[in-house]
Ligand binder design. Structure first.
Ligand code: HEM
Ligand code: SF4
Length: 589
């Protein structure tokens, strides 16, 4: 008789378990000069330190022809809780991109910075470089709670400041406690040298945060030795703005105000967008609303959700490890009960709220404090200089000029420069003018201003097709159609990714395009403009001509037959072009 076999844990689970709190053999891997890559196990572990090993896919066949190993380099994701960086931090990231990266900065859809093209030999110097300005990359990737998102615009909600404080405290509470990060990345003896204000883990102070005293043992009170079964994401939003796409996250927290004060949150859980082609058991799913909790209870509730996922999440097959599948297996009511029991907090009935947009609002605004905010469009989130547009230089000059204020990364790959002093506004304006930055924002059609593209080729090893490098050109074509029907001012969300993993949240695009093979995309339609409904597959494997052929009649009909104020995503459903996805479980129907 065959012995009964328990499904075995995945390779990644074993790697985590024997890694001694994320150390593995990373130090040896980094020092090994024979290859530009890490040892295989360490490629999993380095994600927890905020980095992915990648290859330059543009050079793949040429390097193979020359019998060279692929050109390995690393992406480093730098956490920015709530997306708020100081001008000084911006300047440092700008510098590091030139010094160790490919000369560009990517502002991601989850409000983090990414450096691309960092060679192994430069990794440590790059990490030390941003730690000097109190930024870190721990938990940038990996099976842990990642960068915590928060609505970017300080002026669009009265409760924003309180919301941001909660975002920071969540980020601090769920940062891994391992001292491996400092052990691997900090220069020896740095502990005393940082200019960090003494205090919380969030301040990135090596000495306080990650360095161990001799003999001290590591522990992860929340995560344990094997951390979570899969990545974990938390986002906060302040209605009416859903610029963080809260429902795409494992935990979405919707700030509720009462007489101008933040009283608490409607809590949603179980969002996650990744899926695998050809496996309908995998699907994008929006978070379900669980109930309302008071602000003082929100950390307890988040911890209970995290530990429930830690204990109930699938560790046998990473395709089914996200919280969304755990909730499907447990049932929403049982899951809610488990969270209540663990946290000791009972969910109250949901409070009313209304989202209106998931995009950003561009240009200047003046806050109640008299300070100015400026939201700039950054196509594909890529900050770079080109022959015609010196965006990176312009932003560097602004960062160098500002004595106060912040560089706030939005959840839509854009940038809000916030809290500019009134007496510095004129100088900022003259820099914007010198480099044509505002024109670049205001010349764009509403479609482009509402576009998101993931990185895809050449760095992402998972990409089947282009995204960031191609979407701008496709938008030129779609814009021509929109102009023909006088619809160029109509804000429609368009999102493209190079594979179905969903990093650019394509299943929340009113027009979603997901790469299937070079030049071919699945076209999805019917998501809600406010991020509250997923789209659905409309055409499979369309090339550019096919995409345009499908979209033109829909745009023509939208121009003629839409109701006042009706969004494109709602229109295609009302007209019967596509049926609405009402839950992740019917995404494929
Ligand atoms: C199985 C699922 C996924 C895998 C294996 C995966 C893997 C990756 C990789 C390798 C990159 C780096 C690409 C590069 O910068 O060269 C990346 C980027 C990124 N991913 Fe994912 N990802 C997954 C799903 C998601 C989802 C569902 C989201 C959010 C909704 C997300 C958010 C991001 C963000 C914000 C970036 C940064 C680049 C950008 O803004 O385009 N990922 N992901
Ligand atoms: S969606 Fe796919 S192609 Fe795009 S960055 Fe994510 S993993 Fe890479």
């Amino acid at each position: 008789m065959q012995p009964e076999t328990k499904p075995s844990h995945t390779e990644v689970e074993h790697v985590k378990a024997k890694s001694n709190y994320l150390r593995g053999t990373l130090l040896e891997s980094l020092e090994n000069g024979i290859t530009g890559a890490l040892f295989p196990d360490d490629t999993h572990l380095i994600k927890f330190h905020g980095s992915y090993q990648q290859t330059d896919r543009d050079l793949e066949s040429e390097r193979a022809r020359q019998k060279l190993e692929p050109l390995y380099s690393f992406m480093i994701r730098v956490r920015v809780p709530g997306g708020v960086a100081s001008p000084k931090q911006w300047l440092r990231m700008d510098e590091l991109a030139d010094q160790y990266g490919n000369g560009t900065l990517k502002l991601t859809t989850r409000q983090a910075f990414q450096l691309h093209g960092v060679y192994k030999r430069n990794l440590k110097a790059a990490v030390q470089g941003f730690n000097q300005v109190l930024l870190d990359s721990i938990a940038g990737c990996g099976d842990v709670n990642r960068n915590v998102m928060c609505s970017a615009n300080p002026d669009e909600s009265r409760v924003h400041a309180a919301l941001y404080e909660v975002a920071k405290s969540i980020s601090a509470a769920f940062t891994p406690q391992t001292t491996a990060y400092a052990e691997i990345w900090a220069p020896p003896g740095l502990a005393e040298e940082t200019d960090a204000p003494k205090g919380s883990r969030e301040e990135g102070n090596w000495s306080k945060v990650f360095l161990t005293t001799p003999g001290q043992e590591d522990a992860e009170p929340i995560y344990g030795k094997t951390y979570l079964p899969r990545k974990f994401k938390i986002a906060l939003a302040a209605p009416p703005e859903n610029d963080t796409d809260v429902f795409a996250n494992d935990i979405g927290l919707i700030g509720i105000e009462e007489n101008g004060d933040l009283t608490g949150f409607n809590v949603a859980a179980g969002g996650g967008l990744g899926m695998t082609f050809g496996m309908p058991e995998t699907f994008p799913r929006l978070a379900d609303l669980l109930g309302f909790v008071r602000t003082e209870d929100v950390l307890k509730v988040c911890e209970a959700v995290i530990t429930t996922q830690r204990d109930f999440g699938n560790r046998e097959n990473r395709k089914f490890s996200r919280l969304k599948y755990t909730i499907e297996r447990m049932g929403l009511d049982a899951f809610r009960k488990e969270v209540e029991t663990r946290s000791g907090v009972a969910f109250e009935p949901l409070r009313p709220f209304q989202f209106k947009h998931s995009g950003d609002h561009f240009g200047w605004t003046q806050g109640q404090s008299g300070r100015f905010h400026l939201t700039l469009f950054i196509e594909g989130g890529r900050v770079r200089n080109t022959e015609n547009y010196q965006l990176k230089t312009a932003l560097r000059e602004i960062a160098a000029l500002l004595s106060e204020g912040e560089f706030r990364l939005t959840g839509n790959q854009n940038l809000l420069i916030g809290n500019i002093l009134p007496n510095e506004r004129l100088e900022v304006e003259s820099i914007l003018k010198k480099y044509g930055v505002l024109e670049k924002t205001f010349q764009q059609t509403a479609l482009r201003l509402n576009s998101i593209a993931c990185v895809a080729l050449p760095t992402c090893t998972l990409a089947f097709a282009e995204a960031e490098r191609y979407l701008p050109r496709l938008i030129d074509q779609i814009d021509a159609i929109l102009r023909k029907y006088h619809m160029q001012k109509e804000a429609i969300n368009i999102r493209m990714t190079g594979c179905p993993n969903g990093c650019g949240r394509p299943y929340l695009g009113e027009i979603g395009l997901v790469g299937k093979s070079p030049g071919y995309y699945n076209l999805y339609l019917g998501a809600a403009h406010d991020g509250s409904r997923l789209n659905k597959l409309y055409r499979e494997m369309a090339d550019e001509a096919g995409i345009l052929r499908e979209l033109e009649p829909l745009i023509a009909a939208y121009a003629m037959k839409r109701n006042p104020g009706e969004r494109f995503g709602d229109f295609v459903i009302r007209m019967g072009y596509i049926t609405a996805t009402t839950h992740g479980t019917n995404f494929h129907n």
